[in-house]
Every structure is written in C-alpha cells, then in structure tokens.
Write a protein that binds this ligand. Structure first.
Ligand SMILES: Cc1cc2nc3c(=O)[nH]c(=O)nc-3n(C[C@H](O)[C@H](O)[C@H](O)COP(=O)(O)OP(=O)(O)OC[C@H]3O[C@@H](n4cnc5c(N)ncnc54)[C@H](O)[C@@H]3O)c2cc1C
Length: 127
C-alpha cells in the first residue's frame, strides 16, 4: 500500500496492489467481498478512517488486453541469463523501446523514458 495523495495534501489517496496468489484469490471474490477485504486491510494497517473512503476504484490489470498484468514484465529464472543479450539488440531497422529494455530502472516509468531516449538516439545515429 502506498500514500498516493497529491503534494498539496488536498486529499488523502491510498493505492494498494494485490499480487500473485492473493490476486488470483481476490479475482475470484465478488466485487463487494473484495472491496470489504481491501478496506479491512487498509483499516488494520493505518486506522479506521481508511475503512470509509469517499471513493473506491479497482482495476484488474490481468484483464487489460495490452498490458496483461501488473505491474511489470516478469522474466522466469534463466530467461535473462540465457537470452539477455538479445533483449536490447536491434533487429535490422527495428529498435526496441520499453521499460523492459532499460538498463536502469527496468520495469518502471524512469526505465521506460530512458529506453525511449536510447532507442531514439540509436535510430537517429543510423539516419
Ligand atoms: C498498476 C500499475 C502501477 C504502476 N506503478 C508504477 C509506479 O508507481 N512507478 C513507476 O515508475 N512505474 C509504475 N508502473 C510501471 C510503469 O507504468 C511501466 O513501467 C511503464 O508504463 C512502461 O512504459 P512503456 O512505454 O515501456 O510501456 P507501456 O506504457 O505499457 O506502453 C506500451 C504501449 O504499447 C501498446 N501496445 C501493446 N501492444 C501493442 C500492439 N501490438 N500494437 C500497438 N500497440 C500496442 C500498449 O497499449 C501501450 O500503450 C506501474 C504499472 C502498473 C500497471
């Protein structure tokens, strides 16, 4: 769980992730039961006020067609050691960009920007 409130403190916003087996279990709950479980957890962690939010939004990232999960790409054991060198190598004129191709902050926004800049520089160099 994260404090996702705006810097000016105008509202209190909490963000939580449910991952792995817990996510699979939560995915099978009814929306009402899931909400109750999430709010019970928030309450237990930071106090009663967190159990009565003004708004509640949830998202199942696994059902998002172009994302298929949260919150980053997962490489199983052996994938990086076996195929790592192929990850960033251009294929002919095709240059890869995306957070999974970043050398730093792989899997995060920072890595996505760095990777985009790297790919743009590499493509410009070839023009
Ligand atoms: C719930 C969640 C919370 C996160 N929280 C954080 C955070 O707090 N901090 C942080 O740094 N990072 C966070 N991340 C990770 C961050 O969002 C990603 O690392 C970043 O957005 C990746 O950027 P990207 O440009 O590599 O890929 P994306 O933003 O995934 O962009 C890829 C784009 O390609 C499109 N696409 C896919 N396939 C095709 C296709 N075949 N044809 C055309 N278009 C296609 C997709 O629709 C998408 O728009 C979070 C991610 C999620 C899901």
């Amino acid at each position: 769980m994260y404090d996702n409130s705006p810097h000016d403190g105008s509202a209190g916003v909490l963000l939580g992730f449910i991952e792995g087996q817990e996510a699979r279990l939560a995915g099978r709950m009814s929306p009402a039961a899931r909400k109750a479980a999430v709010l019970a957890n928030f309450k237990q962690t930071i106090g009663n006020a967190a159990g009565s939010p003004k708004a509640y939004v949830e998202k199942n990232w696994a059902s998002e067609e172009w994302t298929r999960g949260c919150y980053g790409g997962f490489l199983p054991p052996g994938a990086l050691t076996g195929f790592g060198p192929a990850l960033r190598k251009p294929h002919g004129r095709i240059h890869w960009a995306g957070t999974e191709h970043a050398e730093i902050w792989n899997g995060y926004m920072d890595g996505a920007l760095r990777s985009g800049e790297d790919a743009a520089k590499a493509a410009l160099k070839k023009l």
